[in-house]
Structure formats: structure tokens, C-alpha cells
Write a protein that binds this ligand. Sequence first.
Ligand code: MN
Length: 311
Amino acid sequence: MSGPVTTADVPARDDADRPSTHPQLELLEGRATEVGGVPVTRLLPKRQHRTVGAWCFADHFGPADVVASPMRVGPHPHIGLQTVTWLLAGEVLHRDSLGSEQTILPGQLNLMTAGAGVAHTEETPQRAAGTLHGIQLWVAQPEATRSGGAAFEHHPTLPQTDVRGVTGRVLIGEWAGVHSPARVDSSLLGVELVVRTRADLPLEPSYEHAVMVLDGVVDLDGTTLAPGTAAYLGVGRDEVRLVSDQAGRVLLLGGEPFPEPILMWWNFVARTRDEIDDAYRQWEDRDGRYGEIASHLERMSAPRPQWLPLR
Ligand code: MN
């Protein structure tokens, strides 16, 4: 998917949000928008919380009829982040400037690492019918890898385990002793939980956490959550109570609070305006930084950073 992350999501300043220092329960209302023809609810970044661990972006897309609104996200660049794509229904064809071409199905994970630069497309395959439903998340890369090489991973199956009546499928990191095979560049957790009962689930107290409902309704510590709203839990929690009697499906995200202030603009995660300016110009100038993708879809044009003087 593609941003753009705009000033509707976060102010275009490079000051950091206040890091959480204690357990809490704060509801973050998603913002309805549209990406590549598909209705999405943007749950991260938020003004109050730009990151949860290194998670810095979350677009919950669909459920949408793919014939009426097929996904058509044309060639666009990324820097400094990883894209994590997870489907509940439908399929998406991913192509990138590394030469990857991969269709993703529900229960599978696509993980693209941008590093210093990559370009990709995402689209509904021609033959697809029915419903598209899923989420795309971005992970901010730490200093150690953010200027490194691009990469793409597809994981056709992910490990799962049952804990206290809850089935967890581990996308990223480790949960209940089960490890995802996916690459991680920082201490990070992403696990899909299917809740069929009332369960007190352990959390890593040094992480900050958030919960996003993907499907159904789930009660979290006495607060009812539905799709479109995220619950920010702060750091220092060792447990969370989830209750659902209808197989509610949530994503539990966590990680060590990201120590580096990030600057997000459009599809770029950087540290300074100069880095964003370079990323913007090099995409517009087609200077080769991001490589090329042959696609029938229209190449996206990067919006001019608003702090740049007009030429
Ligand atoms: Mn993208």
C-alpha cells in the first residue's frame, strides 16, 4: 500500500510525540480514507501516538468487493521502513523493483524491507472475485539497517499456538514461546489472536502495546472494541484481558518504545527534512535510486514536501 501520510495524520513537524511511561487504555479512532481504490481505515500514525514500538503505520482495508473496487496501487517508492501485509480475505499481487512477483493469500505474510530505497506495486489479480479484507502495517527501520539494502520475504505459513482458549498466529517476533520466521530489525511483536472466550493474556512489560480489531467485537479490560478503533495500552503492562464469544479477531502489536524520533512524509520514513527532500527529488527525477518496475499501473507522483520553497 501507499500512504500518503499527510498532515491529516500527523503534523508536518519533526518533534516527537510524548513516549508512554505507564500502562493505560487510550482509544484511538481510525480515519476513513482510500488507497488505490480501496476504502481504508488509518489507525496509525496518530497525533498522540506516532509509533507503537517500531510500528509506525497501519491501514485496515476493506472488507470491500474487489470487482466494484479492485486494488490498484501503482509504482511508488519507500525508504526506511518495512511493509507488513496480512489478509483476512481475498488476494493481492505484489511486484517490486527487486524483481519479486508474489501473490499473497489469507494466512500468509509479505514483508518488504525498503532500506535506502525500493519501489513496488500492489493490485487485485485479474481473476479475483469476492471480498478483499486485510491490513498493511509499516515498521520503522532502526539506524543500523535503514540505509541498507532492500529485501522481500514471503512466508506462506506462520506458526500458531493456543493459549487459554485464544489462537495466536505469530506474524512478527515471539509470542507464547512461538517465533515467527520473519525478519525483525528491532524488538517487535505482531500476533493475530482469535478470541473465543475470556482470556487473560501475558504481555511483555518492557514493550508498549496496541490492539486493533480486524473482525468482530472484542472486549478489552471492560471496553468494547470494534474494527476502526485501536486501543493503545502504553508500557509496563504484564497482562491484558480479552473477551469475545464470536471468534473476534484482533492484532496485538508491541515493541520496545522506538528510541529514534522519526519523520514521516508520504511513503518515506526518515529522520530529517533533507533526507525526505532527497527521497522526493530522486523519485521525481527517476535517478535510479529505487529501481524500476514494469507495470500497467500508473506511476505515482510524489507530493512536494510542503516545507520546500516553490521553484
Ligand atoms: Mn507501498
